[in-house]
Design a protein around this ligand. Structure first.
Ligand SMILES: NC(=O)C1=CN([C@@H]2O[C@H](COP(=O)(O)OP(=O)(O)OC[C@H]3O[C@@H](n4cnc5c(N)ncnc54)[C@H](OP(=O)(O)O)[C@@H]3O)[C@@H](O)[C@H]2O)C=CC1
Ligand SMILES: O=C(O)C(=O)Cc1ccc(O)cc1
Length: 446
């Protein structure tokens, strides 16, 4: 990153206006942080929200100028960020893009960059430059130290430096990628992580269970599964739908995840323990084989024990087949993905998923125990069947590209868990805070 002098930075702040189209969760986060850092910020949301938004922002962020629609923003701003639903990026850029101020820079916050860049190339005038961004975390996570992808797609170094200087107030870790690299990596990490936790939620819903009420799901790993699944279902459906459906690389990952789940489950019910063990150990070698003997595990069961939503104190942990975790490692292995290669560009949820899988696979005796349970103990059979069906359903919904079906499925399960979200969010935040602190501590020791 080119570091500008204070004088150069102040000059940019005095002369440039930042525009944000879409003041939802992420747009508001950026507006607040830029404005607090002394940048001139303007923005808009849907025209129908103008009066209400202008009123709420007058007390919340009085320095941010609110406009009726994107035409005003694009005409005025020097850097414009589209922070809207991925599904609608083409339509929205087609409306406001052609009126972009001459010589301005445009970017987006959507989670899939192919569709965003396609829209920019199609609808922006040739004199407009393109620098896109993606904060790899949710709106309520501290931005400090989290990966922030920057894509210098069609822009001079000077313009790129301007955007980077603006972003520096987030104190995130800058990661430089092309849009193609971005989409491949986020498909390998985010999309498949979400598929796993969405499948858990649907499986619990379809078997009418709240996992925190059932002694079956006790222990640290189970807490992580429950808290992350609740965190995803408490968010907006379009974030996950957009990320999975609009990214073509994501379809392959999600399909493989469903396939791995089904194939492993089939080996379990056929009681083909040796075959199952061989396949899992091959996957272990491919995914974790490179870790040295002194590799420090990111997570352990004890660390996660305290983050339980259950009202009853935990008894002994129920042994579980952990189909969801066996399947993720198997699918990474089948697709020749080494998840550690993507760690610089990963979200908190992906790091937790990897940490929990690593714990299961690399703690002596745990994996063998879980494979024995999966074949010999039928306690989780019905849950594993539900999970297998749910993974398959998400995979076909994504591959059909059907946003409406995705929304219906997502919101149906969201309603089932709704009452628990306030508590689950609090617990999930605490859990994530502890884990991120541990990541920092590990990094500073290395
Ligand atoms: N939430 C997250 O964790 C993250 C999300 N992202 C990505 O960032 C983008 C924004 O996500 P997020 O902020 O969570 O979603 P939100 O739904 O909170 O924000 C999107 C906003 O854009 C508004 N909008 C829709 N059409 C227009 C329009 N024509 N003009 C102006 N505003 C419009 C929406 O209004 P309405 O609701 O009325 O449609 C909504 O307020 C998405 O693409 C998402 O994938 C990236 C990183 C993290
Ligand atoms: O950490 C996760 O995976 C989240 O669920 C939050 C999230 C959602 C969408 C993004 O594009 C980036 C982060």
């Amino acid at each position: 990153m080119v570091v500008l002098s204070d004088v150069e930075m102040e000059k940019l702040k005095a002369t440039k206006t930042i525009g944000i189209i879409g003041l939802g969760d992420m747009g508001l986060l950026y507006a607040r942080r830029f404005s607090e850092a002394g940048w001139k910020v303007c923005g808009c949301d849907r025209e129908e929200r103008y009066i209400e938004l202008k009123e709420s922002m007058s007390s919340l962020l009085p320095d941010v100028e609110i406009f009726k629609n994107g035409f005003h923003v694009t005409r005025l701003a020097d850097y414009i960020i589209y922070s809207v639903e991925a599904e609608n990026i083409g339509k929205i850029v087609s409306m406001y893009g052609p009126s972009t101020k001459v010589g301005a820079i445009v970017g987006g916050q959507t989670s899939c960059k192919s569709s965003e860049i396609e829209a920019f190339e199609k609808y922006l005038p040739d004199d407009v430059e393109i620098v896109s961004v993606h904060s790899l975390h949710g709106p309520r996570v501290d931005t400090t130290g989290q990966p922030l992808v920057l894509i210098q797609h069609r822009a001079s170094d000077e313009s790129f430096n301007f955007v980077e200087t603006l972003m520096s107030c987030l104190h995130s870790k800058h990661v430089y990628l092309t849009y193609q690299e971005h989409d491949k990596i986020t498909a390998d990490t985010q999309a498949v992580t979400h598929a796993a936790f969405l499948s858990m939620g649907v499986a619990w819903h379809n078997s009418h269970q709240y996992p925190w009420e059932t002694p079956k799901w006790t222990g640290g790993i189970e807490n992580a599964k429950i808290n992350i699944s609740m965190r995803i279902f408490s968010n907006k459906w379009h974030v996950y739908a957009g990320l999975a459906i609009t990214n073509p690389s994501a379809h392959k990952q999600i399909t493989q995840y469903a396939k791995s789940t089904e194939e492993l489950f089939t080996l379990m019910i056929q009681r083909k323990k040796d075959e199952l063990m061989k396949r899992i150990l091959e996957a272990k070698e491919k995914v974790f084989g490179h870790l040295g003997k002194n590799h420090q595990l990111l997570l352990n069961d004890d660390l996660l024990q305290q983050y339980s939503l259950s009202k009853t104190p935990p008894g002994g942990n129920q042994r579980n087949s952990h189909l969801s975790l066996l399947a993720i490692v198997d699918s990474w292995s089948q697709l020749d993905i080494v998840p550690y290669d993507h760690i610089i560009c990963s979200t908190p949820l992906f790091r937790i998923f990897l940490g929990v899988s690593e714990y299961l696979f690399c703690t002596p005796g745990l994996l063998e125990d879980c494979i024995s349970v999966s074949v010999d103990d039928i306690t989780f059979r019905q849950d594993d069947l539900q999970f297998t069906m749910a993974a398959k359903e998400w995979s076909s919904t994504v591959s059909y590209g059907d946003f409406n079906l995705y929304r219906r499925k997502f919101e149906n399960t969201q309603n089932f868990f709704q009452h628990m979200f306030p508590e689950a969010t609090k617990m999930g935040n605490e859990m994530i805070k502890t884990i991120l602190q541990r990541v920092k501590d590990n990094e500073s020791q290395n």
